[in-house]
Design a protein around this ligand. Structure first.
Ligand code: ZN
Length: 204
């Protein structure tokens, strides 16, 4: 029997879930203009994980496109990008964390992506210091011609989505980025929705 599973990531929070090789993983920006920090570790071997830095080297690019694989820290393709209705994502900056808010913005105890990602991964034995660097889906981090990096509001519209083919059994974590102090989520933090299916979803 085929499986179609839905995971709702509440605004500013995180969710952790498993996917199996051969399944399809769809990440949906339900309301638009919401960054979704996304990490994955290999089920049963959490030292292997999705790696933006290795992916950038494989792709010879700071950004991924439809048809690209996303690679692990052991140079293994873990996901394939099957479709992408937004086309603007970031693979270059870390997840926001407590010091990002306390040091850069003077706000203590602000919700943050690192804690959101670690919350569920801790049950798999992943320490906070070992949470992999994320792919920041829908995050808009343009790089200028002189090599400078910017972070501004996403271009994503309500319902924009990225569909991945899963190539290896993974534990994934997704954070609806709680950044509400500077642009990055349209200054309004909103939910992310996840669909996991055995059958190919309708591609956008
Ligand atoms: Zn964040």
């Amino acid at each position: 029997m085929s499986c179609d599973h839905h995971v709702h990531v509440p605004a500013g929070h995180g969710q952790t879930f498993e996917v199996r090789a051969g399944q399809y993983l769809t990440v949906i920006d339900s309301n638009g203009q919401q960054a979704a920090d996304f990490v994955a570790v290999v089920l049963g071997d959490t030292a292997q994980h999705l790696s933006p830095v290795h992916t950038r080297r494989h792709l010879n690019s700071l950004f991924f496109q439809v048809g690209d694989h996303l690679y692990s820290n052991t140079d293994e393709p873990l996901l394939t990008v099957l479709s992408d209705s937004c086309g603007v994502h970031d693979a270059n900056v870390p997840a926001c964390d407590s010091t990002r808010f306390s040091i850069d913005f003077g706000v203590d105890d602000h919700r943050n992506c690192l804690d959101n990602l670690h919350e569920g991964l801790s049950a798999y034995g992943v320490l906070a210091v070992n949470v992999p660097e994320p792919f920041n889906l829908f995050q808009n981090g343009p790089v200028t011609a002189d090599g400078r990096m910017q972070v501004t509001d996403p271009t994503s519209k309500p319902g924009d989505r990225v569909v991945f083919k899963v190539l290896k059994d993974l534990v994934c974590a997704v954070s609806s980025c709680p950044q509400d102090i500077i642009p990055g989520n349209g200054l309004l933090v909103t939910p992310i929705d996840i669909r996991i299916s055995d059958d190919a979803p309708e591609l956008v």
